[in-house]
Ligand binder design. Structure first.
Ligand SMILES: NC(=O)c1ccc[n+]([C@@H]2O[C@H](COP(=O)([O-])OP(=O)(O)OC[C@H]3O[C@@H](n4cnc5c(N)ncnc54)[C@H](O)[C@@H]3O)[C@@H](O)[C@H]2O)c1
Length: 366
């Protein structure tokens, strides 16, 4: 899919033990990269990272992303050709309980990663992952564009908006003139897929409940989000890195990666879609709605992804139904594996995604 761009390249993935980082590392291995993964431990048990036995195929270092004294020599020694920064405190609810941890991890952690690139001053193309929540949310019915105002009323969203400012300042102050270090930011929406067990996310909550024959408690049934399969934004991040590697004029830009505009679903519709692919007994109640006392989350969030289409030739490949099917199939494999390899299952889903992408013309040889 990426014209051999990552073959034999050294790639540093921060947040490698997380949901998205572990899928990204698996994909990079398939593309022939030499992956060094960094994280401050494995955030959940179970985890996709452990389920696919990633530590057997990549080098993994346990480092706090805010620890600049460890990060600088690590980046200098490894001299990555590419860096994908995904390490973060990634849960909105946790950010309300632990705002300081969230700001220090997401904002100062991003500054530490960029400072380590600045100090190493070696060629590197870096994609820094923030979030669709970095935009000041006005509950608009249209999608946010990359030049729209940044902001956020909860600490998670604000920490990602602040990370965007850090990225912009590092680019304009240190990296733009020489193009040795090239950075871009990537803003994706809520992702679903096999192997996520993070707290307070609707798909892991549903799967945890259903695997124990319970109904999932839905707090915000009518909240709308740009859900997409985890491999969709990852293909966008890889495509962005490829373009950045070939052409330094892309450096300093930001890109949204989201589903097609008509694919924004409410939480309840997503649960209904997912439940089609789960084996329920007849009496099993799928969900129940519960009151949410104070709601800090925006009800409506859409992304405009025209820039990714026009400049990167990137579009989403799967509809929500297919994304839900892949997700439920993966968890069915996990809970009823009967000894089948989850690494094989993840790799098969990756191959299926790439096949679908190729059929839609997403073959980026240059
Ligand atoms: N999952 C989503 O729906 C979603 C949506 C938009 C953006 N994002 C962003 O994508 C990125 C990855 O998200 P995810 O869902 O994989 O998150 P996750 O919670 O599954 O993983 C987070 C990763 O960051 C690591 N980490 C956390 N604090 C760290 C620290 N101080 N030092 C080093 N490592 C640390 C964890 O160990 C883990 O590897 C994050 O930046 C997140 O904000 C996620």
């Amino acid at each position: 899919m990426f014209g051999g761009c990552f073959e034999d390249k050294r790639v540093l993935v921060t947040g490698v033990t997380g949901f998205k980082g572990s899928w990204l590392a698996l994909w990079l291995l398939k593309l022939g990269a030499k992956v060094l993964g960094l994280a401050n431990g494995i955030p959940t048990d179970p985890s996709h990272f452990a389920a696919v036995e990633l530590s057997k195929s990549i080098d993994y270092v346990c480092v706090d992303v805010r620890d600049l004294d460890s990060l600088v020599p690590l980046v200098k020694d490894f001299a990555p050709d590419f860096l994908f920064h995904l390490a973060a405190q990634a849960v909105v609810k946790e950010s309300l309980d632990n705002p300081f941890l969230t700001f220090s991890t997401n904002t100062i952690g991003t500054a530490a990663v960029l400072e380590s690139l600045r100090q190493s001053n070696a060629s590197c193309c870096a994609v820094i992952i923030t979030s669709d929540k970095c935009y000041e949310n006005n509950e608009w019915v249209w999608g946010y564009r990359e030049e729209d105002r940044l902001g956020g009323k909860d600490p998670y969203s604000a920490s990602k908006a602040a990370a965007e400012q850090v990225i912009s300042a590092f680019h304009r102050s240190f990296f733009a003139s020489s193009a040795v270090v090239r950075i871009c930011s990537a803003r994706a929406g809520n992702v679903i897929g096999g192997g996520d067990w993070a707290e307070s996310r609707i798909v892991p909550d549903a799967i945890k409940a259903w695997s124990q024959r319970q109904a999932v408690k839905v707090r915000n049934p009518n909240t709308t989000r740009p859900w997409q399969h985890v491999l969709e934004p990852l293909s966008g991040y890889l495509r962005l890195a490829q373009v950045l590697y070939r052409d330094c004029s892309y450096a300093g830009r930001s890109y949204n990666f989201g589903p097609r505009f008509d694919e924004n679903l409410t939480v309840l519709s997503l649960i209904e879609e997912l439940s089609k692919y789960w084996n329920f007994s007849l009496e099993h109640q799928r969900y129940c709605t519960v009151a949410q006392p104070s709601n800090h989350e925006a009800a409506l969030l859409r992304l405009n992804c025209d820039r990714a289409l026009l400049e990167l030739n990137w579009t989403p490949v799967l509809d929500v139904s297919k994304a839900a099917q892949l997700t439920a199939t993966w968890y069915n494999g996990f809970y009823n594996a009967n000894g089948a390899s989850l690494r094989d299952l993840s790799e098969a889903q990756l191959e299926e995604y790439v096949k679908n992408a190729r059929e839609r013309g997403q073959l980026w040889t240059s």
